[in-house]
Write a protein that binds this ligand. Sequence first.
Ligand code: PEP
Ligand code: MN
Length: 281
Amino acid sequence: MENLKLTSLKGGDNRRTVITVDNVKIGEGFVVIAGPCSVESEEQTIETARKVKEAGAHMLRGGAFKPRSSPYAFQGLGLKGLKILEKAKRETGLPVVTEVTDPRDVSWVCEYADVIQIGTRNMQNFSLLREVGKVDKPVLLKRGMYSTLEEWLNCAEYVLTGGNLNVILCERGIRTFETYTRNTLDLSIVPSVKELSHLPIIVDPSHGTGRLSVIEPMSLAAMAAGADGIIIEVHCNPREALSDKHQAMPPDMFAGLMRKLQVLRSYMKEINQCKKVKTLE
Ligand code: PEP
Ligand code: MN
């Protein structure tokens, strides 16, 4: 792949980017970001934030600007939603990840967000990429649902050339002929990204599968594939969720997933140790 001047791993240099957000390090260990698809109310957001924190999540997600397929669907609370996220952070200490959809909103949303999310539909919104390239907040760049790895890394390059070197890639599933799952989660992209780029990569099994029963196994698989973390939609009352209710994980199920991730993490440490021993021989 040509012209990935800042995004690609330099020959022989294996240094990986680690992004620090408050006390969380993305690119070191395994980071779990959890929270509702949309910020719907103060009660819903804060209750969900408390529960994910209790279960061991490291960061809070929640959309205040929602890119919806229908103009009649809930579009998010905007500024009111950002203020709710700010309060949820004050109450739990969890840093906040939230999406921006319009270049004109980038600078002021940065006053509320710890990490700016660029959604799948905006991956190639080049004016938005240039705008987030200018700010000092890390950017979580989701893979476009129709995009190749090369196209995705080129979008990261747009942000990096703007001067913002803190990009977290996020695989969230791509469109294929399969319809049972909402998208096809492409976990093979995780080791592929690691081969080509120093940037951290996390996985979104919620949008990647759209099915509650598939999210847990795919979260564990993401860890096994070498991802730097996951982002999961959790709702304190999934049946009432205003967006993506079929993939909204209830807090008790999320707590169970966190326990399993912890067990798998110790196996992964052993496996990574085997890799090291092999290279020493
Ligand atoms: C989201 O994370 O809320 C979202 C809309 O995700 P995506 O852009 O991957 O569909
Ligand atoms: Mn969602």
